[in-house]
Design a binder for this molecule. Structure first.
Ligand SMILES: O=C(O)CCC(=O)C(=O)O
Ligand SMILES: [Fe+2]
Length: 251
């Protein structure tokens, strides 16, 4: 259903009023989507983010349904019964399409950096809609890193506009954590999965996915939950709107 609907939306969306915004998770916030209104206002809308390598000289270099990494605002209440949080709140969801040949790498990160709360409470729900393999960019995880790696920075809306990272620890601590993470990098474990598999991602666990070098898509549906009792402030890039307030799952 979700896979079919995602593919339908990809056929339907119009490029005419599209800013050709690409989806990137990199640290450099130069010319990427980061900070632009199409991204910042995406929380309560269906928005379409293009693979970085799909836009050359301001033009798409492939059919639109093969260029997009799709975002869908609908919250799945699938986890009503799971008691990870006292009072869980579901945030915006995404369909990640990871297109053949160009589906970009997602660099090492933890999700609490991007959905920061005090104390950290992010939990990711990541559902494979298609088979995920080493060739098409399956997720990999650094086991135990959620216990040993502090959240060293948070992704924020900057007062002067746009977005960036705010450090949460001293530069010394951040350097040490980065060095340790580099030293253990070869301990990443690849999680291949089948369509329908649910992967629960602890907010502090380091994870990443490589570029899709295969000729197959790698569709996945993902959303995050946070704890209602934890502080979620106005610095976070994703803000609730009147059209779509964050949904309390058990309330
Ligand atoms: O699907 C991917 O490749 C990355 C997804 C991810 O990092 C997440 O859902 O938190
Ligand atoms: Fe993530």
């Amino acid at each position: 259903m979700l896979l079919a609907r995602s593919k339908e939306l990809l056929q339907e969306f119009s490029l005419e009023d599209h800013p050709l915004t690409k989806f990137t998770t990199g640290d450099d916030d130069g010319e990427g989507h980061i900070g632009d209104a199409y991204f910042l206002e995406s929380g309560d809308k269906i928005r379409y983010f293009l693979e970085e390598d799909a836009v050359v000289d301001g033009k798409l270099n492939r059919p639109k349904d093969r260029a997009v990494t799709l975002q869908n605002e609908r919250m799945r209440k699938l986890v009503r019964d799971l008691q990870f949080h006292v009072d869980p709140i579901a945030l915006q969801s995404m369909v990640i399409t990871k297109q053949p040949q160009i589906g970009g790498q997602v660099g090492e990160h933890n999700d609490s950096t991007f959905l920061y709360t005090e104390p950290p409470s992010a939990l990711g729900f990541w559902i494979a809609l298609e088979q995920c393999t080493a060739e098409n960019g399956a997720l990999s995880f650094l086991p135990g890193s959620h216990l040993t790696t502090p959240i060293t920075k948070r992704f924020v809306r900057l007062p002067e506009g746009g977005t960036g990272f705010e450090p949460l620890v001293t530069a010394e601590v951040a350097d040490r954590v980065a060095a340790e993470s580099r030293a253990t990098n070869n301990a990443y474990i690849l999680e291949t999965c089948e369509p329908g598999d649910l992967v629960l991602i602890h907010g502090a666990v380091l994870h990443k996915s490589e570029r899709n070098t295969s000729d197959k898509t790698r569709f996945a549906y993902t959303f995050h939950m946070i704890e209602a009792g934890a502080k979620y402030d106005e610095k976070n890039w994703l803000q609730p709107t009147p059209a779509m307030p964050f949904s309390r799952i058990l309330a």
